[in-house]
Design a protein around this ligand. Sequence first.
Ligand SMILES: *[C@@H]1O[C@H](CO)[C@@H](O)[C@H](O)[C@H]1NC(C)=O
Ligand SMILES: *[C@@H]1O[C@H](CO)[C@@H](O)[C@H](O)[C@H]1NC(C)=O
Ligand SMILES: *[C@@H]1O[C@H](CO)[C@@H](O)[C@H](O)[C@H]1NC(C)=O
Ligand SMILES: *[C@@H]1O[C@H](CO)[C@@H](O)[C@H](O)[C@H]1NC(C)=O
Ligand SMILES: *[C@@H]1O[C@H](CO)[C@@H](O)[C@H](O)[C@H]1NC(C)=O
Ligand SMILES: *[C@@H]1O[C@H](CO)[C@@H](O)[C@H](O)[C@H]1NC(C)=O
Length: 428
Amino acid sequence: MAIFLCTTLPFLPLTTSFNSSKSTLSSILTNTTARYHFSTIAMNSFTTTTSASSSSMQYVPEQDSNEMERVANLTFQRYTSNSTKRSGKGTAIVWFRNDLRVLDNEALYKAWLSSQTLLPVYCVDPRLFATTYHFGFQKTGALRAQFVLECLADLRKNLMNRGLNLLIQLGKPEDIIPSLAKAYGAHTVYAQKETCSEELNVERSVSRCLQQVGVSSDESAGDARTSNSDPKLQFVWGTTMYHRDDLPFDVTCLPDVYTQFRKTVEAKCAVRSSIKLPSSLGPSPPIEDWGCLPSLEQLGLCSQNVSKGMKFVGGETAGLSRIYDYFWKKDLIKVYKETRNGMLGSDYSTKFSPWLASGSLSPRLIHDEVKRYENERQANSSTYWVLFELIWRDYFRFLSVKYGNLLFHIGIDCSKSLMPLMFFSVLA
Ligand SMILES: *[C@@H]1O[C@H](CO)[C@@H](O)[C@H](O)[C@H]1NC(C)=O
Ligand SMILES: *[C@@H]1O[C@H](CO)[C@@H](O)[C@H](O)[C@H]1NC(C)=O
Ligand SMILES: *[C@@H]1O[C@H](CO)[C@@H](O)[C@H](O)[C@H]1NC(C)=O
Ligand SMILES: *[C@@H]1O[C@H](CO)[C@@H](O)[C@H](O)[C@H]1NC(C)=O
Ligand SMILES: *[C@@H]1O[C@H](CO)[C@@H](O)[C@H](O)[C@H]1NC(C)=O
Ligand SMILES: *[C@@H]1O[C@H](CO)[C@@H](O)[C@H](O)[C@H]1NC(C)=O
């Protein structure tokens, strides 16, 4: 969970300057001289502390693919239940976004419940591989793209184990989703709700285009709906540990101080348990060509070998294996609070960030596993601290709902105090 280093910032001697308004990171980011100085300090301190391990590369998680699959299968079993009865009609689509997982995926679950036939889709959106509007930075580098491709391959495999598949299409969701909805007569498209502007723009475009493709009654087989009804677009909350609907305040009234937020949610809400899916989610509509994963070259990227540091393996199977590794096999969660700000190797902290960011791990499932560890082995402030950091993660997600694009502005009152943290989340 190093993504939110929230208390001490171990490798940067800049911590003290956060206290003075003159050298907040906001000003550092706008001041070339200071920025140069800043990155020099950061780099020097980084290379010194990592030199010991600079010659080796570690896979995270460490298991080979067969062992990962074995571990993931056990976890899939633990979070599977056949007791829910499917009551829906017709066809539903589940449009995967940053929720590339099977377990505790509410959009997938609701789509399954509401239908007789389920079509899972992922759109490889070229905009994610373009450059930023300002400065022309690449939005997705080769390593992250590789990670996402691994997530997709793994998602497809895990869906196939449950009687489905994953349709992979290259193009914009607003072009692809409505035409699939029309072709397969889907009554509803389920997707995870996002909160930031680019994702919200895509949501609006998909919604607009869906309204233009009425599904006529003879296309929606078995569904007694009137002709030319539009397929509905239903968003499902799924990115945080505490559910947005369970917050004891409207998210627009979110406290501007983290501790206040944490104390309130800890006192007044419970984390929902993760959703248990049935072992079979099929069938899906008959499709001849489920689509291939693009290569990095097709995405305009050159493959990059990792020869130093850590190589994160993409996908839910790997994410679940990392939980197993860190919690159960190596028993490291019991010292997490003491080691989490270290820099050497993969074991000082959970390293869940890449799987959380792609949605291949659900924070609620991590919560369930922490509780299981606390019941079966031991609970202390280290085990709690993993949840503490997940609450930080929730907090930033809810802040993005409250503040929208202001979150990314420099020098706005509300974001001033957040800038350092936002910035370090990128470094970690
Ligand atoms: C922050 O600044 C105040 C006043 O300038 C000072 O009293 C306090 O000790 C400083 N805190 C830290 C952690 O440096
Ligand atoms: C930029 O940073 C340098 C080094 O910290 C500092 O001396 C200078 O006053 C800063 N300039 C501005 C405009 O803040
Ligand atoms: C994991 O489960 C799938 C089916 O659900 C099975 O095909 C596969 O062989 C299992 N893998 C291992 C290593 O047990
Ligand atoms: C669910 O049903 C499948 C097939 O009927 C069975 O193999 C599996 O063990 C069941 N799982 C649970 C958790 O009951
Ligand atoms: C990456 O490593 C593989 C296998 O070691 C090698 O074949 C390939 O040329 C390397 N690619 C780059 C870009 O270095
Ligand atoms: C938690 O318990 C473990 C094992 O008993 C111990 O080594 C560790 O120091 C404890 N951590 C904290 C933060 O209490």
